[in-house]
Design a protein around this ligand. Structure first.
Ligand SMILES: [Zn+2]
Ligand SMILES: [Zn+2]
Length: 301
């Protein structure tokens, strides 16, 4: 099952050095989830040949502009392009008011419904679930209420071994895939483990957008496979990071180590850094399997 994320924006605060503000597109089993929507997100989708129309779920971490200024533009374009299927949006309560006031004064009535789900940044909660995955909030420590998002695949059924299963009536497939042994009318027992193999272990992806390095959110993301963590500054600017409720590259690596992540993606880079190599090296010194979450890169989760 496909489970991958494409980076659309990696800049903090302002678009600079060809870096766009925060946005990522998660594809799980060909369903598309947009995570944050900084200015220019729709152009970034087009640039990387990703279809905005395929997005059915949008998750906004907080109301600093670098995480949602692209939303009104994206929603408007979908309307102009004839979308009629609903869009589910998860974000801080005031986001709906912000959207509505813009639609009101542009006299826009969207052709498609927005289903809005307000998020409180008080405790981690399950906010979304379908047959592929669950999404939980991660309560972060930022200057305004902020949540990250933990995407966890669900455990999948065992997979049929094709060669062996072709001699078995299809009516028994469901039970075998569920791990149950079945008895044929002639009394023969088919053991699930002879006809199926275990599915790949479910994987998880934690998106930690803007936060002070803090122990409070670590239990929520403990053991997650891939961690995206902001790394706005180098560690020599620790004081500045604390002041602005952000994290350094070194601290992002520390988080990855503490929670036992398999891979770390760092992003949300300050506009003071024209190139990112130093941030990368600082994080990698603390956590080997680090990657830069730069625009256009797709990571298998
Ligand atoms: Zn930000
Ligand atoms: Zn912020």
């Amino acid at each position: 099952m496909k489970f991958e994320v494409t980076i659309l924006g990696s800049s903090s605060a302002t678009p600079v050095f060809n870096r766009n503000p925060s946005a990522q597109l998660l594809n799980c089993n060909e369903k598309c989830y947009l995570i944050d929507c900084g200015e220019g997100t729709q152009q970034q989708l087009a640039k990387f040949n990703l279809k905005a129309a395929r997005i059915d779920y949008i998750f906004i971490s907080h109301l600093h502009g670098d995480h949602y200024f692209g939303l009104i533009g994206l929603l408007s374009s979908l309307h102009l392009n004839g979308r009629i299927k609903p869009m589910q949006i998860f974000g801080p309560k005031a986001l709906l008011e912000i959207l509505e006031i813009q639609f009101k004064y542009s006299d826009t009535v969207l052709r498609y419904p927005i289903e809005f789900f307000p998020i409180e940044a008080d405790e981690p909660k399950l906010i979304f679930e379908n047959s592929d995955l669950t999404v939980k909030t991660i309560v972060l420590n930022h200057r305004i209420p902020t949540t990250g998002f933990l995407f966890q695949q669900k455990k999948r059924q065992r997979k049929l071994i094709k060669d062996k299963a072709e001699n078995v009536p299809m009516a028994y497939y469901t039970a075998l895939k569920k791990g149950m042994d079945v008895e044929l009318p002639n009394g023969e027992i088919l053991r699930s483990e002879d006809y199926t193999v275990a599915a790949d272990a479910p994987r998880s992806y934690a998106y930690c957008s803007d936060t002070l390095f803090d122990e409070s959110y670590l239990p929520t993301i403990m053991g997650c496979d891939t961690l995206y963590h902001e790394a706005t500054f180098m560690h020599d600017l620790l004081d500045r990071a604390r002041e602005t409720h952000h994290t350094t590259a070194q601290q992002a690596a520390e988080v990855a180590n503490i929670i036992g992540a398999k891979k770390l993606l760092i992003g949300h880079f300050s506009s003071r850094y024209k190139t990112l190599q130093m941030l990368f090296e600082e994080a990698q010194a603390g956590f080997e399997n680090t990657e830069l979450a730069v625009e256009g890169r797709t990571f298998q989760l």
